[in-house]
Design a protein around this ligand. Sequence first.
Ligand code: NAG
Ligand code: NAG
Ligand code: NAG
Ligand code: NAG
Ligand code: NAG
Ligand code: NAG
Ligand code: NAG
Ligand code: NAG
Length: 417
Amino acid sequence: MFVPFIQYLAFALLSIRGAECTGLQTTPSFNLRPFSIDLSNRVPTMLSKINETQLPDLPEYPGVGSSFGINLDTLKSFQQEWLTSFNWEKEQSSINQFNHFEATIENLTIHFIHEKSKCPNAIPLLLLHGWPSSFLEFVPLINQLVQRANISYGKSVSFNIIVPSLPGFAFSSPPPANWTVVDTARVFNTLMTDVLGYSTFAVHGTDFGVGPAYVLYDQYNKTTRAAHLVFLPFFPLTPTELQALNITLSPLEEFEEQRFIEWDTFGLGYFLEQSTKPNTLGLALYDNPIGQLAWIGEKYINGSDPRAGTGGSLLNSNEILLSVSLYYLSQCFVSSVYIYAQNPGGFSTNYTKARTDAPLLFSAFKYNIGFWPPALVAKVGNLVSYRNHYVGGHFPALENPSALIADLREIGTYWTD
Ligand SMILES: *[C@@H]1O[C@H](CO)[C@@H](O)[C@H](O)[C@H]1NC(C)=O
Ligand SMILES: *[C@@H]1O[C@H](CO)[C@@H](O)[C@H](O)[C@H]1NC(C)=O
Ligand SMILES: *[C@@H]1O[C@H](CO)[C@@H](O)[C@H](O)[C@H]1NC(C)=O
Ligand SMILES: *[C@@H]1O[C@H](CO)[C@@H](O)[C@H](O)[C@H]1NC(C)=O
Ligand SMILES: *[C@@H]1O[C@H](CO)[C@@H](O)[C@H](O)[C@H]1NC(C)=O
Ligand SMILES: *[C@@H]1O[C@H](CO)[C@@H](O)[C@H](O)[C@H]1NC(C)=O
Ligand SMILES: *[C@@H]1O[C@H](CO)[C@@H](O)[C@H](O)[C@H]1NC(C)=O
Ligand SMILES: *[C@@H]1O[C@H](CO)[C@@H](O)[C@H](O)[C@H]1NC(C)=O
């Protein structure tokens, strides 16, 4: 990127003076700039590919329902909806109402939403998505979290919200080949501190976003002063392993444990393919919106509460089409699946305690695909709050936003600036 000489000179002088006064190392500018989504020019191609994709008239093996993967009728009805009622332009302008930015950190373009509270003492909160999700998952939380809310007698809380796209997702550049969640954590710590100027912050993570969230909690303990998670970067235990630890489960917890066993038994195929042959899968679906819909849509459908899209759940077919459209239009499918291959130890089986005194809050949602009882979560951090919810699954921000908002506000109870 070309930097005009005058601007460069001014920056250099400022940097030198800053260094003289404070003795601190000077920081580069990170080229922080406002950003607005404009993928409209790719939409006609996407729609014509959706329209041209021929699905079979009848299922090859009727009567198997969804037990062998996405149902043909489901896929067809999504295809119809994508062509006839989904409106990318409308979605794009609604998403653009938030303040988006890009910054250059370690040669990567990092895209993020930054919404500041009008309240003083708002807690900076970094929200980290996973796969097959994106920054979009957290959109339903933003407006409420920046508002002040009373959490306990005499105590109120509000947040400055930062929602980045993980490297390789949406508008953040694909990282180098050997990039891990530890690298992502370092980049996000730089984003929060050097780019945005927050000396301390809280982090929330879900799915693969718990990788960098937990590294921040564990290895950046001066800056990351609270963590709230709905998933752990540790592989859940089997009922036999739980029993060996003398951990007994309530009926709700038994159900949650069974959800994990079902995923571990019948739902791991994608995990192995993405961990071992991301190029084969990635390139097969790169230019195939219906293919991405089948692969990603099944995860949304199977990983969520069966009541998804009803009651307070925003996880309806339009939301799934929006997610897949973002993957297709931003051309991030290949780099998104690489995150599994790049992090072979992403979900450790060795439960170790984070090196921090910062509080850890955890929320379990009944239909999530992984389950960790309080005794297990307490092994990996300074657990101060554990809440269980009967509604919601793997995408709580979309499925049960009001519960997640209330749980995130609990961070304020333990926050010491
Ligand atoms: C989810 O997957 C399981 C196991 O593969 C299957 O039995 C179930 O029918 C699926 N459910 C839905 C709603 O797709
Ligand atoms: C889909 O293709 C058909 C026939 O080729 C055409 O009549 C129709 O307008 C197309 N629909 C869309 C939404 O592009
Ligand atoms: C950034 O890219 C430039 C030019 O491609 C290279 O010289 C430099 O070493 C890179 N820096 C980092 C931190 O990767
Ligand atoms: C918070 O509590 C104060 C004092 O009790 C009250 O005046 C205020 O309206 C409450 N705010 C909200 C958002 O509930
Ligand atoms: C990636 O690997 C290259 C060479 O193999 C090494 O120079 C570089 O430091 C590695 N980068 C990271 C982020 O681990
Ligand atoms: C589990 O409980 C049994 C019986 O009280 C005890 O002998 C054993 O040491 C306990 N195991 C663990 C891992 O705490
Ligand atoms: C588990 O992690 C701890 C701390 O990092 C390490 O000392 C220990 O060797 C690990 N155990 C296994 C079985 O990998
Ligand atoms: C932060 O971690 C280091 C080890 O990495 C540890 O020595 C230190 O006590 C920790 N600080 C806090 C505040 O937990």
